[in-house]
Write a protein that binds this ligand. Structure first.
Ligand code: FES
Ligand SMILES: [Fe+2]
Length: 354
């Protein structure tokens, strides 16, 4: 179950370079491609002739051509032509609202009339020369909400990521969770601790000592439908922690765009935006590799968890205080789904006396 009236990350521009991409978003198979005017188009991945997947075709001079019998599709979902056939009466297929922004292609799987570009998340780090970004994509065989639970409770770092970002103080530091409008924020601050290996490497890259105590923070922000941005970092102890001047800290935003594919599978667009050494491409690659390793550890846990939950559908799970972030995020998701399922109010018909 997922909210449909929302923008989801569908793909990155490199995935539609010169070819169509088939991707299922919120249970709907969609084909993405770059049309003749350079804009991204998103159509139902279903050829109106015999139902072939259009994503198996090709893009010819900005037009999507079905790979089965050569039908040519328009970006609006109407058939344009087909070799040797008259196509005027072919039924149109569905065209989805789609926008390319912040280095991602976003799709709106719900009602097209409600798609509004102003509802895209504002990302202060995107398209900003003061920030560098590196990231990747994983296909994960679990309910997307398990990934939200995972990211809204970083207690697991001590156990799942012991060799990179985990440390015992995470367990010991209290976690606070609050809902601010439609956002859920979970935060944890650890003062005067030694940096774990991932942060030691970043301190060194920034020219700071890695063998001294630091103040560490993790501030996880969930916003609907399924985005989680996490402010993370360390500052030399006693320099103001999260608020320390840039020369005393290394900090970044862990970027998580979670796109449901089916009820038990998802696309995970992960990355990290940082505001230190932004011109250092080797550092971007190094962080990306480290982060990719960390997230593959999560993926293994979540896929096994999903297998368990599928096998034991009716078993009750426990909720501890560390689970509050995920629980509150799910409440918001449930409310949005319930709103979408309510019958739309019918417009009032005004009867006027003749
Ligand atoms: S199924 Fe697409 S052209 Fe025949
Ligand atoms: Fe993790």
């Amino acid at each position: 179950m997922f909210p449909q009236n929302a923008w989801y990350v569908a793909c990155t521009p490199d995935e539609i370079e010169g070819k169509p991409l088939g991707r299922t978003v919120c249970g709907q198979p969609i084909v993405f491609y770059r049309s003749a005017d350079g804009r991204v188009a998103a159509l139902e991945d279903f050829c109106p002739h015999r139902g072939a997947a259009l994503s198996l075709g090709r893009v010819c001079q900005g037009k999507l051509v079905c790979g089965y019998h050569g039908l040519v599709m328009g970006c609006d979902g109407k058939t344009e032509s087909m070799p040797g056939q008259r196509v005027g009466a072919f039924p149109a297929i569905r065209a989805y609202p789609v926008i390319e922004r912040h280095g991602f292609v976003w799709v709106w799987p719900g009602e097209p009339a409600r798609a509004d570009a102003a509802l895209l998340p504002a990302l202060s780090w995107a398209d900003n020369p003061q920030w560098a970004y590196g990231g990747g994509l994983y296909h994960v065989k679990c309910d997307y909400r398990l990934m939200i639970d995972n990211l809204m409770d970083l207690t697991h770092e001590t156990y799942v990521h012991a060799d990179s970002i985990g440390q015992k103080e995470i367990d010991e530091a209290p976690v606070s969770t609050r809902a601010v409008g439609e956002e859920v924020v979970t935060s944890r601050f650890m003062d005067g601790v030694m940096a774990p290996p991932f942060w030691q490497a970043n301190l060194r890259a920034h020219g700071l000592p890695a063998d001294q105590p630091v103040d560490r923070w993790q501030i996880c922000r969930f916003s609907p439908p399924s985005h989680v941005m996490i402010e993370v970092g360390v500052a030399l102890a006693g320099r103001g922690g999260h608020q320390a001047a840039p020369e005393h800290k290394v900090s970044s935003v862990v970027v998580d765009f979670i796109t449901p594919e089916t009820d038990t599978t998802m696309w995970y667009f992960w990355g990290m935006a940082r505001s230190f050494r932004v011109g250092d491409a080797a550092l971007t690659a190094q962080i990306r590799e480290g982060q990719g390793r960390v997230f593959s550890q999560d993926t293994a846990v979540l896929e096994a968890q999903q297998r368990n939950l599928t096998l034991h559908r009716h078993r009750k799970l426990l909720k501890l205080n560390i689970d509050a972030g995920g629980v509150q995020a799910r409440r918001i998701i449930d409310r949005l789904i319930a709103q979408e399922q309510q019958p739309q109010a019918q417009p009032q018909v005004q009867l006027q006396a003749a």
